[in-house]
Write a protein that binds this ligand. Structure first.
Ligand code: ZN
Length: 100
């Protein structure tokens, strides 16, 4: 389960990053994360998105697409400042663990 915990932290960082580039939604994120080698289903992803919304890291808008309600997420100012802090930490970790 330790691997999963670490992966979930990376997944949250991906969500922060992509929601800063454009609006994101569950299905789209699942495809994007699969491309990076992360397997994540709606039962795991959707609770993460609502938790990040409750933490004010993401804002959410519901729109109707092809007669279906879809939730779109965008990064908030708080999310952006967290992402900036994490970028420094990601860089430091990368330099120590990968670059050597
Ligand atoms: Zn990504």
């Amino acid at each position: 389960m330790m691997l999963r915990n670490l992966e979930l932290a990376f997944i949250r960082l991906h969500i922060l990053y992509h929601s800063g580039k454009e609006e994101v939604f569950g299905m789209g994120l699942m495809e994007e994360l699969a491309r990076h080698g992360y397997t994540i289903g709606p039962g795991t992803l959707y609770p993460i998105l609502s938790k990040m919304e409750k933490e004010h890291l993401l804002s959410c808008k519901t729109r109707t697409v092809a007669h279906k309600q879809r939730k779109y997420y965008r990064i908030t100012a708080a999310g952006e400042s967290l992402l900036e802090k994490m970028k420094a930490k990601i860089k430091e970790l990368y330099m120590e663990v990968v670059e050597k």
